[in-house]
Write a protein that binds this ligand. Structure first.
Ligand code: HEM
Length: 485
């Protein structure tokens, strides 16, 4: 019996070895340059240990960009093609979008219903949901949301005024995460925060933020990405049962008490086709996830760079004070666009600290990249390493320097339209772009009109980043915050 079991084990192990060996030779067999992949992590074996995805892309970009316009890559075990050519990137994202509508993300509607969101869905389900949710972000909806976002930004300022202590050195990351959580609670759940500091939603926000940084989650996401079918069949969840229950109960209670139809995300969720409490909860989760990771980090990294670059901070404050003076302190959708320097500072922050390190699209049917006469098979992932492009000295000279003047109209015009894609591009680009920018702008306007930010001995220079797939700061961001008037 033992011999038979042993023989079966040997046959299975041999089969697995040969299958993996063949799989990892995918690019070699097709004559495409590819660095030797790891048998579980593919070309991401340094992720989690010594590097984040941004650094991995940067290293590949520097090593290969001058030699070849593309390289074969294994994103975990998924055969992928990393492309350095911006014209081809444009074809994939825009011109031939109909063949590249999906991303390679974990979706397990049955066992992990909170994954059934716009971020992860594919095909007709994604298309229908995108149509249903787009109405949440029309210019008129954004316009009517400004007053409430500004109120939340003022609450942030009041809180910051109250906690000024002896050396005025504060972890701005905690404050900003609380602030974005409060805004999202208001827009997704119609719940106004009672106490800026003691809110159960903040704990949940940390859990959502930690979902990409916590070690267990990172490992399980990594294994899921390498063996997606196996993990889907096994019913492995990446979003905790506690989080599911918390959101479903919260949404249920909010809907019971709801008396009027407000102009917010919840009212849009309620009009989705085939709506259920679970479906609403999943969208709430994804909107929290998509805005917390991106918007809160961008506000923090902008303040961090402003603290290190006093001249930029002074110039931006001058523009803000003049703008508020002209508008009697009121910010509105039309006039906020006149704050040109603010726009430049935000763009430069997103260039230096892009949250998404790459844009990726799955090839849905065999496709030929005409420029290289290269056949891409169905299922291959195309990766555009945006974070590495942002640091290319041929596109952005002296990329380590924080210089908002890179975003003058003339400089933008002189670059390829795909050289800077902080919100993605094409049919699958960021749906919350305008709302996100409003949150960024109003937070910076309210904070800079009242406070001066500078580095302290507790400030990490340069900023440490997590070894994850997104560009998140590693831990707290301490800055000295002084009241101005
Ligand atoms: C600074 C703020 C933000 C940045 C930098 C950002 C960036 C991005 C990026 C790079 C993508 C992927 C685009 C692509 O693959 O082409 C994306 C997708 C998405 N974002 Fe944002 N985002 C921000 C704010 C927000 C906010 C506030 C929300 C929601 C309220 C949001 C919701 C989404 C959703 C749902 C998707 C998936 C869209 C789809 O696949 O159809 N984002 N975002």
């Amino acid at each position: 019996m033992l011999v038979i079991l042993l023989a079966i084990a040997v046959v299975c192990a041999t089969y697995l070895f040969v299958a993996t060996y063949n799989h990892l030779n995918y690019w070699n067999k097709r004559g495409v340059l590819c660095e030797k992949p790891h048998f579980i992590y593919g070309n991401l074996s340094e992720l989690e240990h010594t590097k984040n995805l941004s650094t991995i892309h940067n290293d590949f970009y520097k090593k290969f960009k001058r030699k070849t316009p593309y390289i074969g890559f294994f994103f975990h075990l998924k055969p992928s093609l990393v492309i350095f050519d911006l014209d081809v990137a444009k074809d994939v994202l825009i011109k031939d979008f109909s063949n590249f509508t999906s991303k390679f993300r974990y979706l397990n509607e049955h066992h992990d219903p909170m994954t059934a969101t716009l971020l992860n869905l594919e095909g007709t389900k994604w298309q229908n949901l995108r149509k249903d949710l787009t109405v949440a972000f029309t210019p008129s909806k954004i316009k009517s949301s400004i007053k409430r976002v500004q109120e939340e930004s003022q609450i942030l300022v009041e809180y910051l005024e109250a906690i000024q202590d002896i050396d005025n050195v504060i972890d701005i990351r905690e404050l900003v995460v609380r602030h974005i959580t409060n805004i999202m609670c208001r827009f997704c759940l119609e719940i106004e925060s009672k106490d800026f500091k003691k809110d159960v939603f903040y704990e949940k926000a940390l859990e959502i933020l930690g979902s990409s940084t916590n070690f267990y989650n990172r490992m399980s996401r990594s294994l899921i990405a390498s063996f997606p079918r196996l993990f889907t069949k096994l019913g492995i969840k990446i979003i905790s049962k506690d989080m599911d229950n918390f959101l479903i109960n919260t949404v249920d209670n909010v809907l019971k008490d709801r008396s009027e139809d407000k102009v917010d995300f919840l009212s849009v969720f309620l009009k989705m086709r085939d709506v259920t409490v679970k479906k609403i909860s999943a969208q709430v989760y994804s909107f929290f996830e998509a805005s917390l990771i991106t918007t809160s980090t961008t506000i923090c990294t902008a303040l961090y760079e402003l603290a290190l670059n006093e001249d930029v901070q002074d110039k931006l404050r001058k523009e803000i004070l003049e703008y508020l003076d002209e508008n009697q302190g009121v910010c509105d959708y039309a006039s906020i666009k006149h704050c040109k320097y603010l726009e430049k500072v935000i763009n430069e922050t997103l260039r230096k600290y892009p949250i998404a390190t790459q844009l990726s699209r799955v090839c849905e049917s065999d496709y030929t990249i005409k420029k290289w006469n290269l056949k891409i098979e169905k299922g291959v992932l195309i990766i555009i390493p945006t974070s590495a492009i942002n640091m290319d000295p041929e596109i952005f000279p002296n990329p380590e320097v924080f210089n908002p003047e890179r975003f003058t109209p003339e400089n933008i015009e002189s670059r390829h339209s795909m050289a800077f894609l902080p919100f993605g591009e094409g049919g699958r680009s960021c749906i919350g772009r305008e709302f996100g920018k409003i949150m960024l702008k109003l937070a910076l306007i309210e904070l800079l009109r009242h406070f001066k930010f500078s580095a302290s001995p507790k400030t990490d220079i340069p900023l440490k980043l997590e070894h994850t797939q997104v560009n998140l700061p590693d831990g707290k961001i301490f800055l000295r915050v002084e009241k101005l008037y």
